[in-house]
Design a binder for this molecule. Structure first.
Ligand code: GLN
Length: 491
């Protein structure tokens, strides 16, 4: 089985070395060999075979990289006529009668949706252990987590089933699993990709993102998906165009890089060593890279701020999942009872816990104390980050503090005091609080497991993120890497 990038697949289609039907057949064969990973909610094999046959007869447009591109969408993108569950029991039977803007753009360009991928229920979670369809396993080692919440999409790209898959990122849900699975995960500037038809979790933080296995492919996709959309009130016009055309690692060499000194000090020795090696290599090609201080109290506040804001927004934006407006109904004597029964029956324990905390932060007495305070601290964090971007073009962060943890160590885990103090695993939330572009790429392998580095720039500087990531990809030399067949851990 060959694992092609989007760019390569397009060349093969143009030169008639491969047909859409062949692409689809290979993808489903590969998927069949990876069922153990438990990455999908819905697979559309029959429908897709008919569509691919139609595409076989069309002339491949030279400038359409999306033509016959096989992909999976996280199951929180509404797909017309195709079940969309958000991996939640309450939406188990929900078939939308509308299409998300993003899947619509892909459809218009003749990309082929192979199915819907599993997520932590409604996007709430970071482990891939809270989907209605069960645990999603890491293709590098089946005993380890994939990260979440866009778990299935990350796994399908890492295992080589598809070169591209859609996710969403509210706190780190694309960039964290990308790191754990050894692939490229991009969250663009807030507003540049439409959220119309994407089920909300916390709208002030929610961003459409996606996975690929190369930085080039990530830039290619962005050229199509970054479109202003009047159906999304928070949609913004991109200030730059031609992200792929303008992709240049030599442009990145003129940029000023920074990394957080304090975060590095609390990283484990082995992982820190990998980052330091990269910094040395950057310095060797005369790139300016500086260790900077970031207010420690703000870093320690990241998770609390994220939780209060996102849980409160989740309660509000998911209030229509009540068995009356949306969702599976469980009967009761009054409409209040119907709502209570439907919600009690329909949500898993993580989601319920978040709604309780979110509601608590929104009660009249607590709003000023908790919700408004969290928003003020968010402002302080964003201001501090803006000060970094006023001086530096690129901020590098660890994508995670460790390789993907063992599933057995995560389930029902209660954090220790030390772990609560360690904010390295919270750092990616910075990108959602500010809404700036942020991309994770593989940095190295430790114990035969991938670790990722996360590349950030100021809002709207998405091109800078791509350029710096390309440079790092070239230096590191990990590109288009696929996890071993069947998920055996043999690196
Ligand atoms: N891990 C974060 C959480 O648990 C991120 C979720 C997300 O980005 N959707 O909420």
């Amino acid at each position: 089985m060959k694992y092609y990038s989007i760019k390569k697949l397009h060349q093969l289609l143009l030169t008639k070395k491969i047909t859409p039907s062949r692409i689809i057949k290979d993808a489903f064969t590969n998927l069949a060999q990876h069922q153990i990973l438990n990455a999908t909610v819905t697979e559309l094999a029959a429908e897709v075979a008919i569509l691919a046959k139609k595409l076989d007869d069309l002339v491949v447009p030279k400038d359409n990289y999306l033509f016959a591109l096989p992909y999976f969408a996280k199951d929180n993108f509404a797909t017309k006529g195709i079940k969309t569950t958000a991996s939640s029991k309450i939406l188990e039977n929900f078939v939308p009668n509308y299409e998300s803007t993003v899947t619509n753009i892909l459809k218009e360009h003749h990309s082929i949706l192979l199915g819907k991928s599993a997520l932590d229920e409604l996007g709430m979670g970071g482990h891939g252990l809270y989907a209605l369809t069960g645990d999603v396993l890491n293709p590098w080692d089946l005993t380890r987590i994939t990260g979440g919440s866009s778990s299935g999409s990350a796994v399908l790209v890492a295992a080589g089933v598809v070169p591209f898959a859609l996710g969403t990122d509210t706190g780190d849900s694309v960039r964290k699993p990308a790191g754990y699975c050894g692939i490229v995960g991009f969250k663009p500037t807030y507003g540049l990709i439409s959220r119309y038809g994407v089920f909300p979790y916390a709208p002030s933080l929610d961003t459409v993102g996606y996975f690929t296995r190369t930085v080039e492919d990530s830039a290619i996709v962005f050229d199509y998906l970054a479109q202003e959309d009047h159906q999304d009130a928070t949609s913004l016009k991109s200030k730059e165009y031609g992200y792929f055309k303008n992709l240049s690692s030599s442009a990145a060499k003129k940029q000023k890089f920074a990394y957080l000194k304090n975060a590095h000090l609390i990283l484990g020795d082995e992982i820190r060593g990998q980052f330091e090696q990269l910094y040395d290599k950057l310095k060797a090609v005369e790139i300016s890279i500086t260790a900077i201080d970031f207010p420690e109290d703000l870093l320690k506040a990241l998770m609390s701020v994220y939780m209060v804001i996102s849980f409160a927004e989740a309660v509000s934006s998911n209030s229509m999942l009540d068995g009356i407006n949306f969702g599976t109904r469980v009967e009761g004597d009054t409409y209040q009872e119907v709502m209570m029964n439907s919600r009690t029956n329909g949500f898993g324990h993580v989601v319920k816990r978040r709604y309780v905390i979110g509601s608590y932060a929104l009660t009249k007495d607590n709003q000023t104390l908790l919700f408004l305070k969290a928003k003020r601290v968010r402002r302080l964090i964003v201001d501090a980050l803006a000060a970094v971007f006023a001086e530096y073009d690129i901020l590098l962060l660890p994508a995670a503090s460790t390789i993907a943890p063992k599933i057995s160590t995560i389930k029902d885990k209660i954090l220790t005091e030390d772990e609560l103090e360690n904010y390295v695993d919270d750092l990616l939330v910075l990108g959602n609080l500010m809404g700036n572009p942020s991309l994770t790429i593989p940095l190295a392998f430790l114990e035969k497991m991938p670790i990722g580095i996360n590349v950030n720039a100021a809002p709207f500087a998405d091109q800078k993120v791509f350029n710096a990531s390309l440079l790092i990809e070239e230096i590191v030399g990990i590109k288009n890497k696929v996890a071993p067949q069947g998920g055996k851990n043999h690196g």
